[in-house]
Design a protein around this ligand. Structure first.
Ligand code: AMP
Length: 183
């Protein structure tokens, strides 16, 4: 299964993706986590990405596509994966489609986690990540609506977009996801 989760920061993408990966036996690919890890390891990509992360902006597409391509080439990705936080721009989605097409493959589903902005802000305020400070949260939400939300139409046009009501408790959200990917 090759699945993408899309949703604003705080929608629960990471939690749901991790659970679904366990169930399906595929790797969880979070570009945010890859960047945070690169930063901890002190790599050049990590240092560069940190400036964007801490200002609530998206890291440049070429930088993201490089880490994604490298990760997808690893053996554990051959039978499926779940992306969480990628793609986040239309050029990233086009690049992913091209990569899959070259392998004669395609995405099975794109799950949109939909929830009210008030709930998002509450959830983010209770986390303790460095980029969850109020000013940065605001910027990240703006970036989501401007740069990532257009992906919903992109995937809707491909007929693979499925919407999950993500305001619900995590177990209920997970049940919705399971029934959507098996429908
Ligand atoms: P996340 O953990 O998915 O919320 O990502 C944290 C931060 O990493 C984002 O606010 C961006 O600065 C950066 N980031 C993660 N994934 C991407 C991506 N696909 N494209 C651009 N920037 C990204």
């Amino acid at each position: 299964m090759k699945i993408v989760l899309i949703g604003p920061p705080g929608a629960g993408k990471g939690t749901q993706a991790k659970r679904l990966c366990k169930e399906l036996g595929v790797p969880h690919l979070s570009t945010g986590e890859m960047l945070r890890q690169a930063r901890q390891q002190g790599t050049e990509i990590g240092e560069k990405a940190n400036e964007y992360i801490m200002s609530g902006k998206l890291a440049p597409d070429p930088l993201i596509l490089k880490i994604v391509d490298d990760r997808l080439a690893e053996p554990d990705c051959q039978h499926g994966w779940i992306f969480d936080g990628f793609p986040r721009t239309v050029p990233q989605a086009e690049a992913l489609d091209q990569t899959l097409e070259a392998q004669g493959d395609s995405l099975q589903a794109v799950l949109e986690l939909l929830l009210d902005e008030e709930v998002i802000v509450e959830r983010l305020a209770s986390r303790s990540r460095g980029d969850d400070l109020p000013g940065i949260i605001h910027r990240r939400l703006e970036v989501y609506w401007n740069e990532t939300a257009p992906l919903l139409d992109y995937y809707r046009a491909q007929g693979i977009l499925k919407t999950v009501e993500a305001d619900a408790p995590a177990d209920e959200v997970y049940d919705q996801i399971l029934s959507l990917i098996h429908s």
